[in-house]
Design a protein around this ligand. Structure first.
Ligand SMILES: NC(=O)C1=CN([C@@H]2O[C@H](COP(=O)(O)OP(=O)(O)OC[C@H]3O[C@@H](n4cnc5c(N)ncnc54)[C@H](OP(=O)(O)O)[C@@H]3O)[C@@H](O)[C@H]2O)C=CC1
Ligand SMILES: Nc1nc(=O)c2c([nH]1)NC[C@@H]1CN(c3ccc(C(=O)N[C@@H](CCC(=O)O)C(=O)O)cc3)C=[N+]21
Ligand SMILES: [Mg+2]
Length: 280
């Protein structure tokens, strides 16, 4: 392996030390930031994230509440809970775990969250603010990735950045944050013609596709920074990313592992947003 490992756990730990100081400063004013996580149904993968969020809240001294609702929950019941949390004074951040079961209207639920408590930054108002560069919260996964890129010391300015995936929660906001840092950004998706020729241009390659070992060594420019957002299970049920780590690490300049790369950063950025929300 020639690539430098980008250690999301280490970068996370350093940021969490700073966040602890912010929490301590807020405590002196009698403020404890509070996060509510709502999970509908029992998707086993979601449970891992929910557990990690709870652990991070405990580590930083944040108040956390977990609402695990049955898969049969109705739209009205879910909206009633969101409304209750919007009004709950000890809750500063609300996260509704996505995807929701198919019978629920995801967009309507996201829009029901008060923009001031929307710590995912998924609502239309917050997405719009990010687009025009006037925002309070950045979406957790792209924000965490920007911190990881920063930790490599590689400048985004002027570089070819390629994002594979155009979801509202990862690909699109990721492209926007890279653009804000003056990258030259290309977004790829399932209709992109000759994907390898596009990804091979990238100095910074971010992959958020949701397919195990989708990116192979021939798709990567030698020396590139490769960020793997994917969270998949391989044939043995082991967690793995969208990048074929073993072979891409032979060509990349720096690469994130899965686990221990983007995942811990997502959680850390969620903590940061909750603290920001508590500051009002
Ligand atoms: N570590 C973390 O903190 C997080 C990890 N994740 C993980 O990241 C991955 C992506 O998540 P998310 O963005 O929500 O996924 P989505 O399924 O919403 O989006 C996947 C994107 O990949 C594109 N795609 C699919 N197949 C191809 C292909 N053959 N060639 C090029 N592009 C393709 C799709 O294109 P099209 O739009 O054309 O369909 C789509 O834009 C998942 O594994 C998810 O679990 C997600 C959030 C946070
Ligand atoms: N409203 C909403 N907001 C989200 O931010 C959101 C969501 N819904 N739905 C699902 C995705 C996925 N996601 C992850 C968060 C942490 C890890 C994480 O902690 N990963 C660790 C460990 C994982 C493990 O041990 O299994 C790691 O990669 O090292 C992974 C994935 C947030 N998401
Ligand atoms: Mg939200």
């Amino acid at each position: 392996m020639q690539a430098k490992l980008i250690d999301g756990k280490a970068v996370s730990a350093a940021l969490r030390e700073q966040l602890k100081e912010e929490v301590a400063a807020l405590a002196e004013d009698g403020i404890t930031p509070g996060l509510a996580v709502v999970i509908v149904g029992d998707d086993p993968a979601s449970k891992v994230y929910v557990r990690n969020k709870k652990k991070a809240c405990e580590e930083l001294g944040l108040h956390s509440e977990e609402y695990a609702l049955p898969a049969e929950t109705t739209q009205e019941e879910l909206l009633a809970l969101v409304d209750k949390l919007n009004k709950k004074p000890d809750i500063d951040g609300i996260l509704v775990q996505l995807p929701l079961p198919a019978h629920l209207d995801e967009k309507a639920v996201i829009e029901a969250i008060s923009p001031d408590k929307d710590v995912d930054a998924f609502s239309a108002v917050n997405v719009g603010k990010i687009m025009i560069g006037d925002y309070k919260f950045l979406p957790c996964t792209p924000a965490g990735i920007m911190e990881l890129i920063k930790s490599t010391g590689i400048e985004v300015k002027g570089r070819e950045c390629v994002v594979v995936g155009r979801s509202n929660i990862v690909g699109k906001p990721m492209a926007m944050l890279l653009l804000h840092q003056h990258g030259t950004v290309t977004i790829c998706h399932s209709r992109t013609a000759d994907l390898p020729s596009v990804t091979r241009r990238a100095d910074i390659l971010v992959v958020a596709v949701g397919r195990a070992k989708f990116v192979t060594a021939d798709m990567v420019k030698p020396g590139a920074v490769v960020i793997d957002v994917g969270m998949n299970r391989d044939e043995n049920g082991k967690l793995c990313g969208d990048v074929d780590f073993a072979e891409v690490a032979e060509v990349a300049g720096a690469i994130t592992p899965v686990p221990g790369g983007v995942g811990p950063m997502t959680i850390t950025m969620l903590m940061r947003n909750t603290i920001t929300a508590a500051k009002k």
